[in-house]
Design a protein around this ligand. Structure first.
Ligand SMILES: [Fe+2]
Length: 292
């Protein structure tokens, strides 16, 4: 049995005090939004408790699907690296970036500089998509993180990344292929939050097949079934790993995928652990077989 843990969107707190010059443009809106609502939702003590519980489950590997930071201030990236190091070594933790990690164009190189060890393929390549093999898994990391205009939280893969994804999926057929992406590949998303080339991604997945897609972005529990070549592909999302539940937000949770069997006969069960509607204990919320 191989156990893959998945958490997302920790939006790590506290937000460092921005310098005035950093609040020019889009960041000022994000910073005001942080102070108005998000600081009450995204709590360091919640993320700490979730990580403690995750580590107590001793997964073989951990996947993080982006939005480590909030408005991509320069001072947010090093603490996020410390958080990643606490989660595990770069060999045991795989990261893909989210739109908040690329909140402004100036921040684009910082994610790679600070977190690159967690976003690299086994061949050492830093380009997306990257491929890592762990046990029976082929982990394929995509980046949808592009800077966008104020009020927009869209993502884009681009034709080149989708073509390379399709090739990697074909090359790793027979393994349990897990695609890591920040934006959901399907579902009814508002225009301002969507993955703009989601239809092209779904076409590539259908052409090459994958066993599992995991994502973040919407901060909710989600399960969509995508069309596959031979069988439907489950795509699952999790709430923010730091969510206190303030204002009706879904409370922090993560998924554990327990994968058994061999090529052609894989079975996968997902165990969701997190905070229930009431109380401060982290417990199992649900358990579901995913037929692959
Ligand atoms: Fe997020």
């Amino acid at each position: 049995m191989f156990t893959l843990a998945h958490l997302s969107d920790p939006h790590l707190a506290p937000l460092p005090r921005p310098r005035l010059v950093e609040l020019a443009g889009k960041r000022v809106l994000g910073w005001l939004n942080w102070r108005r609502t998000r600081a009450a939702i995204h709590r360091a003590e919640v993320a700490d408790a979730l990580v403690r519980d995750l580590k107590s489950q001793a997964p073989d590997h951990v996947a993080v699907t982006g939005d480590l930071v909030n408005v991509a201030l320069a001072a947010e990236f090093a603490p996020a690296r410390t958080w990643l190091d606490r989660l595990g070594s770069p060999h045991h933790v795989t990261l893909v970036p989210g739109n908040h990690d690329a909140y402004v164009r100036a921040a684009l190189p910082w994610a790679a500089a600070h977190w690159g060890d967690f976003m690299r393929g086994d061949d050492g390549g830093a380009a997306f998509p990257f491929l890592r093999r762990r046990g029976p898994l082929a982990l394929i990391g995509l980046s949808t993180a592009v800077p966008t205009a104020p009020f927009m939280a869209t993502g884009r893969l681009g034709a080149g990344q989708i073509a390379r994804l399709q090739q990697l999926l074909a090359d790793t057929a027979g393994l349990f292929r897990v695609v890591l992406i920040h934006h959901p590949p399907a579902g009814r998303r508002g225009r301002i939050k969507r993955l703009v080339d989601a239809a092209d991604l779904r076409a590539a997945l259908e052409a090459s097949d994958a066993e599992l897609v995991i994502h973040g972005h919407d901060h909710v529990h989600a399960l969509e079934w995508l069309a596959g070549r031979r069988r439907p592909i489950p795509a699952l999302g999790v709430p923010s790993a730091s969510s206190s539940g303030h204002g009706g937000a879904e409370r922090a949770a993560y998924n554990l995928y327990r994968i058994e069997g061999a090529s052609g006969t894989f079975s996968c069960e997902v165990v969701t652990r997190g905070f229930r509607d009431r109380g401060d204990e982290i417990a199992e919320i649900r358990r579901q077989k995913l037929t692959t």
